[in-house]
Write a protein that binds this ligand. Structure first.
Ligand SMILES: [Zn+2]
Length: 139
């Protein structure tokens, strides 16, 4: 069995870099494209994560609906008109907050907060934190 440098290593925590995400900026063209069915071309996503329907609400707001695991996941395209560049955001299907990117997880899309991901800098275990405090107190 060939040994690579990852051999024998186990990782218990999940970092955002291991998830594939969709970014609001990449959907800018949807603000002017005709409504209908679209697909994200990416080998990283399952077919359910790729296909979505672009619709428009009465108020003119556009939204993408992904059907994942037979459940609709609605992601609203939010244009921030307060700044000149008309920056685009997408809403998280869970908390409805506007986000710059959403992560693809097994049966959904969600923002970092909702799917409970951790950035590497936040990965310090409570025990390590405690040990550091004890060492500090000893000084
Ligand atoms: Zn969220």
């Amino acid at each position: 069995m060939p040994k690579c440098h990852h051999y024998g290593r186990t990782q218990s925590r999940v970092y955002t870099s291991e998830y594939h995400r969709i970014q609001a900026n990449s959907f800018k063209s949807l603000l002017t494209k005709p409504l209908g069915n679209y697909s994200i071309n990416s080998d990283y996503f399952s077919s359910e994560h790729q296909k979505f329907k672009l619709t428009k609400l009465e108020c003119g707001v556009r939204l993408m609906t992904f059907t994942i695991n037979d459940k609709p996941h609605k992601i609203v395209l939010i244009v921030d008109k307060r700044i000149a560049s008309n920056k685009l955001y997408i809403s998280c299907p869970y908390c409805q907050k506007q986000r710059q990117s959403l992560y693809a997880i097994k049966y959904a899309y969600g923002c970092r907060q909702c799917i409970g991901l951790h950035y590497a800098s936040q990965s310090e275990r409570p025990q390590e934190r405690l040990m550091r405090r004890i060492r500090k107190l000893r000084k």
